[in-house]
Every structure is written in C-alpha cells, then in structure tokens.
Design a binder for this molecule. Structure first.
Ligand code: NAP
Length: 489
C-alpha cells in the first residue's frame, strides 16, 4: 500500500517537473512569493498550532516564520536576477586548427526532490523551508515527508502552498505532502526510481539511514543531509585574561537559547588551564544554575537528551560543573555544563558526540599545542568559534587554517547560534555535519544542490534556452569568452 501510494506521488511529481520546464523564471518567482504571502496570511493560527505541537515559544516561532518568508523572497529575487544558472558561452573559432566549436553551458534542475525536515524548525527546515524553496527555485518538483512532531503545522503550511499553486497556475503536483509517519515510507521515497535527490535535516542516525537507502538504489542519487554538530569554541589566552566573565555570560546564553535545540548549539568549549579559567567556570556555572528550564520539542528528544546526558556524565574523568537549580517539569530540559581534561576527551569518542539540548562540555588543555590537538580531533562541524583578541589572533596565525579544516562557518568573537539568512551564508561543513561539504543548506546557493551543468555544442540559437541565446533576452550576467557581461551579441 505504501509502495503504491508513493509510486503515484512520484509519477505525479515527475510529470509536474516536466511541465515546470516551460515556466519562466518570473512565473516561478511569483509562485515563491505567493507561498510566502499565504504563509503570512495564516496569521496567529499557524503560530499557535506550531507552539502547541513543538512547545516552542510564540516569539521564537514568529522569528522562524519571518526567516522562512525571507528565504522564499530571496530565492524569488535570485530567479528574477537570473545569473545563478552560471551561463557560460565560448563562441566558435572555425579558423583555428582544429576548429573550436561553439560551446555554451548552464545549470539545469535534476528532477523530483524528497524533503525531510527536522523537528526543531517547524517552518524554516520543514514543509516550505529552505530545502523546498531552493528545490522549487531550481525548477524541481518537491515531495515533503511531513515530520510527525509537527504534522498539523505541516498540513497548514502545505495548504498555503496549495493555494499558491492555484493562484499561480502551477502544475498541481509541483509540491506534494506525504503524511505517512514511518521510516518505511521514508525508505520507499528515497528508493523510488523517479526520485532524483534528497534533502534532509535532522539527526546523524537519520541522515546515515537515508544515505544508506540511497546507496542501495540501482541508480545512486545525491542525499544532502544536514545533521548534528557540536560547534567547538576555542577561547584564546588573552581573551580569557581580559573577558572571562563576559564570555561566560555570552556562552551560557547561547547554550540555553531555545533549550539548546539548535544544530549550532555550542556543545564544546576548548580552553587553556589559564589563571582566569576559575573565573570563567564560576560565571558559566552561575549562569547555568540560574537558567530556567522549559519544555523540549517532544518526548523523543526529551528522552534522548536525558539518556545521552546521563551517559556523558557517567564517563570517567567528566566532572559536572553545574546544572539549573530550578524545578524541572514533565518535558523540561535540564541545562548542564561539565568539564573534562584534554587527555580524557581525546581518548573517549563518546564525548565528541552531539547531546542535543542545553549542554556543553568545557575541555581544559595544558598548552596551546594540546588545545589545537583537541580542536583538530573533533569531526566535521557546521561552525567553529574563536574567542580571541587581536593579539591572540596575531600570535596563533594557523588558527584560520585549522578552523577551515573543521567547519563551514568560522565565527570570530561571537556565538554560533543564530544563522543569518543571506547569500554569503554557509550552513554546512565536513562530514558528519553534512554529507557534502561543498554545498550550503542556507542562503541562495542552497539551490546548487538540485542542479547539474549541461553543455550545448554547436546548437542552433532557436533551440537554446533563453539564458544561452545570443541576444541574452533575460539580460542576465553571463561569461562570454572569459569576460562577465550582460551584453548580447
Ligand atoms: P530526526 O529524528 O533525524 O528526524 C528527521 C526526519 O528524518 C524525520 O522526518 C524522520 O522520520 C526521518 N528519519 C529519521 N530517521 C530515519 C530513518 N532511519 N529512516 C527514515 N526516515 C528517518 O531529527 P529531529 O529529531 O527531527 O531533529 C533534531 C536533529 O536535527 C538534531 O540532531 C539537530 O542537530 C539536527 N538539525 C540539524 C540542522 C542542520 O542544518 N544541520 C538543523 C536543524 C536540526 P519520521 O518522520 O518518520 O520520524
């Protein structure tokens, strides 16, 4: 039954994908803008539904809705501007020996994309979130696998998308919603022969499972899985000397923000056994003790947090620094910080894993060499943060090279939580932060995951897509014989 239903969904998605090829960039842009408008038009009822299902506060959800709307608008603007297709034209040189052919290339969409969202972002990484918006912008059709933790929110957003489909006369099945809540359904979706790619945001185990399903296919497809991260932070000696208390306050706020339920949560703080370290730890501990627990997203996340926390705190050499002193209610998280020595951390891989929630581990190192060893020992990350004065940064000039090896975004003197949605953003990183570190899941360049380049050799002008025609009717930036220009010829 699941197989039959999903087969129908994929056939419809493939037909819609083929129909969409005839639609102009401005038509697709209008569609994305209408989705944004229809989501906004749902007003407070959408926020209330999401709050009920996720326990996230309304203010946080308002911000996330704004981010989702912004994403849709950014992709619409990208389509209207047009140069994202990377049009390149090398004109023929018939008199050369051998004659040079006329070659033109640009990016084309790959086909139906299956999107799996995460429970902690019911809007921005869900039904009309970044993966859906970027895949539609690329010209792909989308099948959203609704997250069971916010099924009704997902249904409401899907209704908004359906309205936008009607208003803009888009192919009826350009976006479809699969509400079957089982891993089996996810597997069938990934393995269907018409599925051309997968966008996933969630846990490492989920991402690994989907990658495995894709690898079992006769014809492999890309799985862009954005997974967990511990986002290591290093505090350099001069910064510790000058700002121990301020950094501790800033980081306590980041660790507990949204009860730590962010993939950018700072789960690891690496520092020296500096004379100001006790000041830092005292302030960090004080802030964590004072932090007020609140409910986590759902039972599964709550259970996972406490069982991972218990395991980590039971490890030899791990010392509990402080936990919130407030009374914990049913689904509440318990903000916690612990400390460990570098040698213990290096020997115990369990301490390198994400504990999804308001938790962070402070690793104390005896020397800068040891600090670098610990920093380099962590696996691929979404972000890494460097707390350092100008003097620190001048003293340890290999810092940026090390940070580049580790993460997709390097934060200087700030916290990793809070991902700005803008074209320059990189939200991705080496495995296991994500399955392909060459791409970002946030910002307009997320579109590059759903396209492939195609070159036309000696094609007649009338057969070429608008983006590659001699006259450049869309007036987009193109590389013409090695020079960027908007001019046609
Ligand atoms: P999750 O449990 O992995 O679920 C995400 C989706 O994947 C759900 O739809 C789930 O299916 C599906 N799924 C998981 N395992 C599967 C399997 N074995 N087979 C088929 N489908 C499977 O993640 P979550 O708890 O919702 O989200 C929290 C995690 O997301 C954290 O680890 C966090 O760090 C990460 N996250 C990462 C980013 C990023 O950008 N890197 C952003 C936000 C969150 P069902 O619907 O059937 O349960």
């Amino acid at each position: 039954m699941i197989e039959q239903n999903i087969h129908e969904v994929l056939v419809n998605a493939n037909n819609a994908f083929n129909e969409l090829k005839q639609y102009s960039p401005s038509h697709k842009a209008a569609f994305l803008k209408t989705i944004a408008a229809e989501i906004e038009a749902l007003g407070d009822s959408l926020l209330e539904q999401a709050a009920e299902e996720t326990n996230l506060p309304i203010e946080r959800l308002k911000g996330e809705r704004a981010r989702t709307i912004l994403q849709l608008h950014l992709f619409a603007e990208m389509l209207q501007e047009g140069s994202w297709v990377e049009a390149v034209i090398d004109t023929a040189i018939p008199e050369r020996t051998p004659p040079k052919p006329n070659i033109r290339r640009m990016l084309f969409p790959i086909g139906p994309i299956v999107v799996f969202g995460a429970s902690n972002f019911p809007f921005a990484y869900s039904t009309a979130g970044g993966d859906t918006a970027s895949a539609l912008a690329a010209g792909c059709s989308v099948i959203v696998k609704a997250h069971p933790a916010h099924l009704n929110t997902s249904k409401m957003v899907f209704q908004a998308i359906q309205k936008a489909i009607k208003i803009n006369n888009m192919p009826q099945h350009i976006v479809q919603h699969v509400t079957e809540t089982s891993f089996e359904a996810g597997k069938v979706l990934v393995q269907h022969p018409l599925t051309a790619g997968v966008g996933f945001t969630g846990s490492l185990s989920g991402g690994k499972a989907l990658t495995q399903y894709a690898a079992e296919r006769g014809k492999p497809i890309p799985v862009f899985a954005e997974m967990g991260s511990i986002n290591p932070v290093i505090i350099l000696p001069n910064a510790m000397q000058q700002n121990a208390e301020t950094i501790a306050k800033e980081y306590a706020a980041s660790i507990t923000l949204g009860m730590g339920q962010f993939c950018t949560n700072p789960g690891l703080i690496i520092t020296l056994q500096h004379k100001k370290l006790p000041v830092f730890l005292q302030e960090l501990g004080k802030q964590i003790e004072m932090s007020v627990p609140s409910a986590m997203l759902h039972k599964g996340i709550h259970q996972a947090y406490f069982s991972k926390l218990e395991k980590v705190l039971a490890q030899k050499g791990v010392n509990l620094l402080k936990q919130s002193i407030h009374v914990v209610q049913a689904l509440d998280a318990l903000p916690t910080v612990a400390t460990v020595n570098a040698s213990v951390f290096l020997e115990n891989p369990l301490l390198h894993e994400e504990v999804f929630g308001p938790y962070s581990l402070v690793v104390q190192c005896a020397s800068m060499d040891e600090l670098f060893t610990v920093w380099k020992a962590v696996k691929g990350q979404l972000t890494t943060s460097i707390m350092g004065t100008d003097e620190d940064l001048a003293n340890y000039h290999t810092i940026v090279d090390t940070a580049i090896e580790i993460a997709g975004r390097i934060v200087f003197n700030g916290v990793p939580t809070g991902v700005e949605v803008c074209p320059a953003m990189v939200h991705g990183g080496p495995y296991p932060a994500c399955t392909d570190s060459r791409f970002t899941a946030v910002g307009i360049f997320a579109v590059k995951r759903w396209v492939r380049p195609i070159a036309f050799q000696n094609a007649p002008d009338y057969l070429l897509p608008l983006e590659l025609k001699d006259s450049n009717p869309l007036k987009i930036w193109r590389m013409l014989n090695g020079v960027f220009t908007k001019i046609g010829f």
